[in-house]
Write a protein that binds this ligand. Structure first.
Ligand SMILES: Cc1ncc(COP(=O)(O)O)c(C=O)c1O
Length: 478
């Protein structure tokens, strides 16, 4: 490896990147392939002898690119996968080039301060309490974990138990109250934290998977002691938001009765709505709660991987995450140490992409992401609802649309929905994914890419109707 190899590697990578980005508007959104087909290309014997890096990069690009999914094409609507803002992309190139370890200020002062600014901007943009602490983690899963670790610390410390020192054996019981329509990562975070799945006390939801406040009130009235409640900004299926103001009132009442209480908001899908005046009805009161998780790599369109964990009270957040070691150089409060707010030790310079994206979008651009994706989701809903083969199941309040395909009389509805989703994926024009909701298989559309525009929606709807029509006509009946 010689110094001059950087040029050759850059040439190879940039040439591949240019051709990939240029192909985005027209390439198949989802690769038409199988695991064996990919293996046949990349599963070569581990070379005995070294190869020139530029040669490997050029070959990898050529071999793997046909199997890459065009998440940033403007017509990828699967799961809740964001696109890639150009500023985020450029920043990621720099982050890879600089290859900084952003765990602490000492190894990388510039990057640490950029992250400090980025997280302050985020708190401001979302209208959250000014002194909130923020950890930039790998995704919504770890953001939920981080916030709930802070919650666990706080509610136990308030009753005199130091969970960081003494662990959970012998600790007072924590009541964890979560709605039935929660995201699975909340349940998983509770598992990681030793609180367990089975201890969850469930509260019911309405027909949009919004938590029923009266049930929450009745449940909390029957409980005494440390309590964690989880609510949601942007349900994975319906895109709905829980009634935060009412939840905050109920939590305040529980706290006033002497019960240490923490309310966490899983806002992976929708917390960004708090940056948009047009969505104030959805997010009112969210700032009254105790912690918030969201994703940079979803609606904000930062590159993978980037989750955001925010806590109103930095003390339990720091207590749950911070670590000291003799050989580390940690500031005395003058600088922000990422390690105090993350479960990670060494870490990628995740704040740089967030900083660049926010600086490029500005307040208006971020608000516009929420407004535009909601408008486009409604465009999907209106077009599909106008067709007798499709039924829109949710109230489209944000960027998620839930659709039921109505089969011909003799078809099984669940099977028909799965086959329509598979046919759309195979068609290549766009990508959508399925879900099971209220015991039925449905199709989900998530509009989470800044690049999506009206023609993308119209082209996708046309492809969907074409696929559904063909299946209904039995052309693909197998
Ligand atoms: C509501 C909700 N919470 C958490 C997550 C997990 O986020 P991530 O995939 O970034 O870990 C998701 C993912 O879609 C989600 O929809």
């Amino acid at each position: 490896m010689k110094r001059s190899d950087w040029d050759a590697v850059l040439d190879a990578a940039v040439a591949a990147a240019r051709s990939y980005l240029a192909s985005l508007p027209d390439r198949r959104v989802y690769p038409d392939t199988s695991p064996d087909e990919v293996r046949a290309v990349v599963d070569v014997p581990l070379p005995d002898r070294s190869l020139p890096p530029a040669e490997v990069v050029a070959e990898l690009a050529r071999e793997l690119e046909p199997f890459v999914t065009a998440h940033a094409s403007g017509r990828y609507f699967g799961f809740v996968i964001g696109g890639l803002h150009p500023a985020a992309y450029g920043a990621e190139l720099l982050v890879s080039t600089w290859d900084q370890n952003a765990g602490l200020y000492a190894p990388t002062p510039g990057v640490a301060i950029v992250e400090e600014v980025a997280v302050r901007w985020l708190v401001d943009l979302l209208g959250l309490p000014e002194h909130s602490s923020v950890g930039l983690v790998t995704g919504g899963q770890m953001a939920n974990f981080t916030c709930l670790a802070a919650a666990r610390d706080h509610v136990l410390r308030t009753v005199g138990w130091d969970v960081e020192a003494d662990g959970l054996p012998g600790a007072p019981r924590i009541h964890v109250v979560v709605k039935t329509g929660r995201h699975t990562t909340v349940t998983r975070a509770l598992r990681y934290l030793g609180l367990g799945e089975r201890t969850i006390i469930e509260v019911g939801c309405d027909d949009q998977d919004r938590l029923l406040v009266e049930e929450l009130r009745a449940t909390l009235a029957s409980l005494e002691g440390p309590t964690i409640v989880c609510v949601e900004a942007g349900n994975i299926n319906t895109g709905s938001f829980d009634p935060f103001d009412a939840v905050a009132d109920v939590a305040d009442g529980h706290r006033a009765r002497g019960n240490p209480t923490w309310v966490h908001v899983d806002g992976a899908v929708g917390l960004l709505a708090a940056a948009s005046a047009a969505h104030v009805d959805l997010t009112a009161g969210v700032e009254r709660l105790d912690s918030w998780s969201t994703d940079g790599h979803k609606l904000l369109n930062v590159a993978y991987d980037c989750g955001i964990a925010i806590c109103r009270d930095p003390a339990p957040h720091r207590a749950a995450m911070s670590v000291r070691a003799s050989y580390l150089v940690q500031g005395d409060g003058e600088t922000r140490e990422a390690m105090d707010w993350n479960p990670e030790f060494s870490r990628r310079a995740r704040g740089v992409g967030v900083y660049a994206t926010l600086r490029s979008l500005g307040r208006d651009g971020v608000a516009d992401l929420a407004v535009r994706t909601t408008r486009l989701a409604r465009r999907f809903a209106a077009a599909l609802a106008a067709d007798p083969r499709a039924e829109v199941v949710n109230d489209v309040v944000f960027n998620q649309v839930l659709v039921r395909w109505l089969p011909p009389d003799d078809h099984d509805p669940d099977d028909f929905n799965d086959r329509v989703v598979a046919a759309i994926q195979a068609d290549g024009t766009a990508f959508v994914s399925g879900t099971t909701w209220r015991d039925h298989r449905l199709m989900r559309i998530s509009v989470s890419d800044w690049a999506t525009d009206e023609p993308d929606v119209d082209r996708t709807v046309a492809a969907m109707l074409r696929c559904a029509q063909r299946l209904a006509a039995g052309a693909d009946a197998r």
